[in-house]
Each structure stands twice: as C-alpha cells, then as structure tokens.
Design a protein around this ligand. Structure first.
Ligand SMILES: C[S@@+](CC[C@H](N)C(=O)[O-])C[C@H]1O[C@@H](n2cnc3c(N)ncnc32)[C@H](O)[C@@H]1O
Length: 440
C-alpha cells in the first residue's frame, strides 16, 4: 500500500483535469485505489466499487512519469454499495476536512478500516499474530459515530469568521451542523461568532467533568479585546498568545473523570478526543499490562498520567511507575494528578533519550506515542530492557505495523492486537498491541 503524500497542492488551486474512474480497494490515508491507463490514482471522497468523475490533483504533464496520481471525486456516476447520505453536509470535497468518510455507511467504514489495518500489517511483514483476527471494533455505546469529539480545533479567517479548513486547503469554510463535535462544543455556536482581530484558531473542549473550555489562539492577540459572548454560558475562556496562556475565566485547566479518579489537563493539552476513548483504552491497558505486584512499570508518552494510574494500581505501594512525557506542562500536571500515588514519579524528557540512558530493566511498559510512532531505535531499546510485557497504544496503524515488525525481529511476539473506531467518519484507527518475549 502506498500512502498518499502530504504535499499535494490544495484542490481549489488546481481546477485539474477530469477523469472517469472506477474505484477499487482502500489505500492508507482515507483514499481508494483506481487505475487510469495503467497508472494508480488515489481517489478521495469515494467508496469501493463506484464510478466517479474525479478531478486530478496533479498536472498530468508535470507528473507524466509519476508512479501514481491523486484525485478527488466530484460526481458519482454509479454509487457503490457502501455509500450513504453524508452525516455532515459541509464536509467533503470543497467542504471542511476532518470527516473524509462521512459519506460512507458506518459499518462499511469499520470494514474498510479493517482491510487497511490488515494490509498495513501484512506489508510491514508482521508474522507473529493472525492478521485476519484484527477487526476494527466500535467504541462502546457509539451506534452512530456522532457527537464524539471532545477536542476540536477551529480555524479563523482574516475577517474573524470561525470554521474549519478544507482538506489540504488554507481556506476556512463554514462548519454547519458540526455533528461530530460533542454537544457542549456545538452549544458554544462558534460558527456564528466573529472572533477578535488576531485570532488564528480556537480550541474548544468538552471535558467529562466541569465546564467546557474555549481557548483563542493568536500570536499577537490582545486578551483585553476579547468580549465573551453569552452563548458560551459558564465555559472557561483563555487566550494563548506568543507569550503563553492567559486565563480570562477559569484557570486554564479542564477536568476529566475516569472511574473514581479526576485528571486535570491543560485546556490546550492532550487528552483522547473520543468521549469514550480514555475509559476504553484504560480498561484495555488494565486487562493486558499485568504489571507484577511490587514490580516496575514505565508509562512512556505518559501525557497527564492516565496509564500511570492503571500501572500504579497493579504494582501497588511497593512497586514503582515512571511516567515519561516530553511536554513540560503535561508532565507537571501528571505529577499533580498522581500525587496521592507515591509509587509514581514523572520525568520530563524525550522518550527515546530517556530509555537509552536507563541502566537496568523494567518489568512492564505501556507506550502511547504520537502518530510518528515509537521508531525502530526505541523498539530495539525496549526489546532489550523490558522483562515481561509491553502494551503499545497507537493512533497510527502504519507506524504501529513498522514498530511491531521491528520488535518481532528482536525475539518478541504479539500476544493480542485490537483495533477501535475512536474517530468515526474519518479514516483514523486506534489500536492496542500486547507484546511478550517469545521465551516468556
Ligand atoms: C498520544 S499522546 C498520549 C498521552 C497519554 N498516554 C494519554 O493517553 O492521555 C502522546 C503524548 O506523547 C508526548 N510526546 C510526543 N513526542 C514525545 C517524545 N519524543 N518524547 C516524550 N513525549 C512525547 C505528547 O506530548 C503527548 O502527551
């Protein structure tokens, strides 16, 4: 599978040549494979089995020798069986990005994501797990895949209009009904509001505890120019300028409840976006990590300490857990969130540098890297340092597949691999791999 590169010019800048294409299987990146005169064309905005009129995103003369072209479907000439009325009219070609599968029936999205995930694992050369067993599962209680996004970044144009950017486009477009956002975010009605001069983006958060949060972002934004509209109710409001975060209402933190425990998170910091994700992933880590009582665990890419809390319960008061996180503020907040757990310590560091500097090993590791994945060096270091189990939480199957293939070569095998639809109506997939030493 070839992933479509991130460098294509925006479609609106091109007005490219039109082709009639018959669309085949999915490719990585949310696109589908068609062929034109023998050449592969990656098409977005379509579904397998349909015939579309598609606009080329390349100049065919300039890319005459290219192995593949990219295109986007403008008209459906013959619909495929997976096409459904879009859940978000304003999303899609020439609309807002971030819901590129809104026109595909939800069960079909999961089947297609499963095909993509299995193919990525095959192509990476993963051998220690029956790949056909990996199936993308829905998040619990998520029948329609709507109102799940608790973290939304809106874009703002030069006139202060709030919307979202088109796919690979700088244009800010209206969000309309915004159906993937949590209700508390839609209630803010940001699409109806005009942002003050200098606002470049807005982060809206709907946490599971406490009020919603709005952060206006702009290097030169003047906090005194912000007039909070009534539609924001009791939402916390901050401004993030080039000089840092200035809370106007609240303290710049949001609060998340996970079982009995509360977690503070910076209003612009990382927390899983799907409203069920943190709970679901914590349960999966809880049931798979098996950190030994009195033993040791590392929570790598630890954020504000979600999985450290799980590991701390397992190792108990006599064990030890280190949460390693690169973002200083997140690391500080993790220490505060977990201050009642003396077995947990935090380190602010690049994960690979930190692991490379360790002497002696560790019983278990949970790692949850960004989309770029852990990388081969870190997988090699972990293969040598970890005595029992590694639980790898991933939001990007292509880098997960690469990293799993790397650690298999070091004498580890995959004991379990699950995938979850935590980003409905997009092509993104969350997954959790459980790794054990072959000799264990
Ligand atoms: C996917 S988030 C996971 C956070 C946490 N496990 C959770 O579930 O809330 C990835 C985290 O890794 C951090 N990060 C990214 N690159 C890093 C690196 N090279 N070293 C340390 N931390 C890093 C980010 O700041 C972010 O908090």
């Amino acid at each position: 599978m070839t992933s479509d590169a991130e460098t294509a010019p925006s479609s609106s800048a091109l007005g490219g040549r039109l082709l009639t294409l018959t669309v085949g299987p999915p490719a990585a990146g949310g696109t589908f494979v068609a062929r034109h005169e023998g050449r592969v064309v990656f098409v977005r905005g379509t579904t397998p089995g349909e015939t579309v009129t598609a606009r080329l995103l390349e100049d065919p003369e300039e890319r005459a020798n290219a192995r593949f072209w990219r295109a986007e479907a403008l008209d459906v000439l013959e619909a495929g069986p997976d096409r459904a009325p879009s859940v978000w009219e304003e999303a899609g070609i020439d609309g807002v990005g971030g819901a590129e599968w809104a026109h595909i029936a939800l069960p079909a999205q999961r089947r297609i994501a499963t095909e993509v995930m299995q193919e990525l694992l095959r192509r990476a050369g993963v051998t220690s797990f029956p790949i056909e067993q990996v199936q993308v599962e829905p998040a619990p209680h998520d029948a329609e895949g709507l109102a799940w996004r608790t973290r939304v970044r809106y874009a703002v144009d030069a006139d202060g209009r709030v919307g979202m950017r088109g796919w690979r486009s700088h244009e800010v477009r209206p969000v309309g009904a915004d159906p993937l956002s949590a209700q508390a975010i839609r209630d803010l009605q940001l699409g109806e509001w005009t942002a003050p001069e200098g606002t470049e983006a807005i982060d809206a958060v709907a946490p599971s505890a406490g009020p919603a949060s709005v952060v206006l972002i702009g290097r030169e934004l003047d906090p005194s120019a912000v007039v909070i509209p009534e539609t924001w109710g009791d939402a916390d409001v901050s401004v993030r300028t080039g000089r840092g975060l200035v809370p106007l209402r609240g303290d710049g933190l949001v609060h998340e409840r996970l079982g009995e425990r509360m977690f503070a998170v910076s209003a612009t910091g990382f927390w899983q976006s799907h409203r069920r994700a943190a709970e679901l992933l914590s349960e999966v880590v809880e049931s798979t990590l098996r950190a030994p009582h009195g033993g040791s665990a590392w929570d790598l890419y630890g954020g504000v300490g979600v999985f450290s809390a799980v590991a701390a319960r397992q190792v108990g008061d006599d064990g030890s857990v280190v949460s390693v996180e690169g973002n200083r503020r997140a690391s500080q907040i993790a220490a505060e969130n977990l201050e009642d757990l003396p077995q947990v310590s935090t380190a602010t560091a690049d994960v690979t540098d930190w692991v490379r500097a360790r002497r002696g090993g560790v019983d278990t590791v949970v790692l949850d890297p960004p989309r770029s994945g852990a990388g081969t060096e870190l997988m090699d270091l972990l293969a040598a340092a970890v005595r029992q189990r590694i639980v790898y939480v991933s939001c990007e199957p292509s880098t997960l597949a690469r990293d799993l293939a790397a650690i298999e070569k070091k004498g580890w095998h995959i004991a379990d691999l699950r995938a979850f639809d935590l980003f409905p109506h997009t092509h993104h997939i969350e997954s959790v791999a459980v790794l054990e030493r072959v000799s264990a």
